[in-house]
Write a protein that binds this ligand. Structure first.
Ligand code: FSX
Ligand code: SF4
Ligand code: F3S
Length: 313
């Protein structure tokens, strides 16, 4: 109770009311596919976690958009989750330490929490030229991944780069980039998207803290609660040519269908993600609502497979 009160006080200092926090928990619970009876439990996990799992967060070949999306888009919830609900031992973007001190932190955390920490990986692994395309502290991404990941209790790949190789692996892929699971020959939990929706990462972590297990995954390692349906299946623009009222409003079936972005090259029909329901930036909008076709960012090999973007499927 005391912990929860302190958490609420901190949120209030940031201008967030208890009501606002509960609204976030309600949306998160719905996104996770749980019934509303779980809302108080989800709130408790965020506000007063019984355990703070240690996390080592690796950055490999990527643009850091995934961390940025997570830490900035829905202030203050995901950043509070990352910084307070989890015990982040190593994260290059947000840690104060640099150079040798940072390396020391990483090795100390690996030792202290061996077999217990969650490894979150952002970015793909360069495999050509002895990993010459990217190194941290003189070690290639592959060396780092092989050193850290086998010691973790579980690994969550955040962003399509660590999940599937993504943009770093786009043709002609000079660095020989690949996804983490492929390089290490392991199964990873894949929070796909470029960047992924922060709520899908938060939902996965909360599922683990609340139910003591990872959510059910599809055959690509993506949590089904978020990636179980296509964008097209959930798209509000779809209803325009299927709903008589809209057809009437637009004057003809053809005009109503024009509101759908399919002819502009929308990849929604072959992309699995919950963007139409979860939306981005605190529910503000998402690509198709903003008028741009989906480009298929949560699918394996998206850059090579989905380009050229503006051609009809
Ligand atoms: Fe990749 Fe994430 Fe795209 Fe960027 O780190 S999924 S390039 S948004 O940032 O890895
Ligand atoms: Fe499907 Fe895209 Fe059209 Fe939406 S805009 S209905 S996702 S094709
Ligand atoms: Fe990505 Fe398409 Fe959603 S481009 S963000 S999966 S609408």
């Amino acid at each position: 109770m005391e912990k929860e009160k302190q958490f609420m006080d901190r949120l209030e200092e940031k201008g967030v009311s208890r009501r606002g926090f509960m609204k976030y928990c309600t949306a998160l619970t719905a996104t996770m596919g749980l019934s509303s009876s779980f809302v108080p439990k989800v709130a408790e996990v965020l506000a007063a976690p019984k355990q703070r799992p240690p996390v080592i967060w690796l950055h490999l070949g990527e643009c850091t958009g995934c961390s940025e999306a997570l830490l900035r888009s829905q202030y203050p919830y995901p950043d509070d989750l990352v910084l307070e609900t989890l015990s982040v031992e190593y994260h290059e973007t947000i840690m104060a330490a640099a150079g040798h001190q940072a390396e020391e932190n990483l090795h100390m955390a690996m030792k202290k929490y061996a077999g217990k920490f969650i490894c979150v990986v952002e970015g793909a692994v360069a495999t050509k030229y002895n990993g010459g395309y990217g190194k941290v502290a003189g070690k290639s991404f592959e060396q780092i991944a092989k050193e850290v990941i086998p010691k973790a209790a579980g690994v969550i790949c955040i962003g399509s780069c660590s999940c599937f190789g993504n943009i770093p692996a786009a043709a002609p892929n000079p660095g020989g980039y690949k996804g983490v699971g492929e390089v290490l020959g392991i199964k990873t939990v894949n929070i796909a998207g470029c960047p992924p929706n922060p709520v899908n990462f938060v939902g996965t972590v909360v599922n683990y803290l609340l139910l003591g297990k990872l959510p059910a995954l599809d055959n690509l390692g993506r949590p089904l609660f978020a990636y179980g349906k296509t964008v097209h299946d959930q798209c509000p623009r779809r209803s325009h040519f299927e709903n008589e009222e809209f057809v009437e409003e637009f004057g003809s079936e053809e005009a109503a269908a024009g509101y759908c972005l399919y002819k502009l090259g929308c990849r929604g029909p072959e992309t699995f993600n919950n963007c139409p329901v979860a939306k981005f930036n605190d529910g503000t909008s998402w690509p198709i609502e903003a008028g741009h076709p989906c480009i298929g960012c949560s699918e394996p090999g998206f850059w090579d497979k989905m380009t050229p973007f503006y051609e009809e499927l």
